[in-house]
Design a protein. Structure first.
Length: 91
């Protein structure tokens, strides 16, 4: 369980930073991080950080796919973690 928590913390930091980096690149008119990559980071456990970065940097907040997709990913990940936690302690 500690590994899972550490994994999520690391990917949340990556998600937060990637939102900030992509926002800065957008402002400078440079090459951007693909949306597919931003979603992949969220799916790999970085959804809390990605959501925080989205609102902190005010980036991708107008995109419905991010505004609703990232919270949906977070809820699904939370359900999975609770299921694994319950499975571990009831078996």
């Amino acid at each position: 369980m500690q590994f899972l928590i550490g994994w999520c913390i690391i990917f949340s930091l990556i998600g937060f930073c990637s939102m900030g980096i992509d926002k800065r690149k957008a402002q400078l008119g440079k090459w951007r991080i693909p949306e597919r990559t931003l979603f992949l980071i969220a799916i790999l456990g970085g959804s809390p950080g990605s959501i925080a970065g989205m609102f902190f940097f005010r980036h991708k907040t107008r995109h419905a796919s991010f505004r609703y997709g990232l919270p949906l990913i977070f809820v699904l990940e939370l359900i999975a973690v609770l299921f694994l936690y319950r499975l571990r302690f009831t078996a």
